[in-house]
Design a protein around this ligand. Structure first.
Ligand code: SF4
Length: 353
């Protein structure tokens, strides 16, 4: 059988799993967890990690990173094992390469939502490993979360097939999408993938993602698209040239718009790239300057100490309107209409007064 969830479209013999290590051909038998949903055209292939996670952790939403989605709110984070990419620099390689699920904890969708509410979280984040490969569990949790007035967040590589893209993001209120590089050669050599499906996901989020009324706690009860931000991990000499950052910024500006936040994050030696040094702070400063000069309004640095690069400035009056110290919001100057308190400029994103 062929799995259709992501562009790999793995052919999976009976009893085996695909490239990601967690989607199995049950040979017509859904497997021990018959609570694993039988998703229409994918019947017979199921996720062996349905209902299981690496633990439930409360994080600030800034850690995802999402800087324009209910700043300083808490999100209940959960992840699982496996991945549909094979990045040689994976910063979470201790779980992304596993196919042994024996250490995972079991939590029903309702357990996850109850925990989020008990801990005072505003949202639930599917993160740490790639949520696309366990999307049945994501969707079931999202349904419960929305009933309870909680938002959902996906931290994702965006490597999903066209037929599943809409079904997945229909349940997601905010996403941070990794754009690993702006070069297809990089995707091929370092991630065993291609860039095109990721660009299609970004274009879908920018232009086609459906309006939906999601959280029931919204003040205005309005419907919104999935909010999204983008992160690029800069690796010394592999994807950090001026030219590549200029090309990325120009494509971003023309196709996603000037108001979508772009985060440049520092690489730390990991996985099969232990001999590459950590990204110097000056590389991130340079990248941020280039993106701002190319017209992007909200560009950030991550994984380094840089208060200016992690604060939000009003694109109109240039005042600092959200100051951050690492993941803590230390100043917040956005009014109840989502506008800058200094000059009244509307700030892109979703905010509370
Ligand atoms: S989700 Fe997993 S099994 Fe399905 S196509 Fe992608 S890598 Fe293959």
């Amino acid at each position: 059988m062929n799995c259709t969830i992501c562009p790999r479209r793995c052919f999976i013999p009976a009893g085996k799993t695909g490239f990601c290590g967690v989607r199995r051909n049950g040979n017509g038998n859904i497997g021990k967890s018959d609570n694993s949903p039988k998703i229409d055209d994918n019947i017979g292939i199921y996720s062996i990690t349905y209902g299981k996670n690496t633990g439930l952790v409360v994080d600030p939403v800034e850690k995802k990173p999402l800087y324009h989605f209910y700043p300083s709110s808490s999100t209940l984070s959960l992840g699982s094992i496996g991945c549909n990419l094979d990045c040689k620099f994976c910063q979470n390689f201790s779980i992304s390469r596993l196919s042994d699920d024996s250490f995972l904890r079991e939590s029903s969708p309702k357990d996850v939502v109850d925990t989020a509410r008990t801990k005072g979280c505003r949202s639930i984040a599917f993160t740490y490993n790639e949520p696309i490969i366990w999307l049945e569990y994501v969707i079931d949790i999202a349904k419960e979360a929305h009933k309870a007035g909680l938002f959902t967040i996906a931290v994702t590589n965006g490597y999903i097939s066209q037929e599943w893209r809409e079904k997945f993001f229909d349940y997601i209120d905010a996403a941070n999408v990794d754009l690993k590089s702006f070069s297809n050669d990089f995707y091929r050599e370092y991630c065993s993938a291609s860039i095109e499906p990721v660009k299609e996901t970004l274009l879908y989020l920018a232009k086609k993602s459906k309006d939906k009324t999601r959280g029931i706690n919204r003040n205005d009860n309005s419907s919104r698209k999935t909010w999204f931000e983008v992160t690029t991990l800069l690796i010394p000499e592999l994807n950090d040239s001026d030219r590549e950052i200029e090309e990325l910024s120009d494509w971003f500006f023309s196709n996603l718009g000037a108001e979508i936040p772009l985060h440049f994050s520092a690489f730390r030696p990991a996985d099969r790239m232990l001999s590459i040094p950590p990204t110097p702070a000056k590389t991130l400063f340079r990248a941020r300057d280039i993106a701002l000069a190319r017209g992007l309004k909200f560009t950030y640095t991550g994984n380094i100490d840089d208060q200016a690069g992690q604060s939000t400035f009003c694109p109109q009056c240039k005042q600092s309107i959200i100051s951050r110290d690492r993941f803590n919001v230390t100043e917040y100057l956005i009014d109840e209409d989502q506008c800058c308190k200094y000059c009244g400029q509307t700030i892109a994103g979703e905010f509370e007064s």
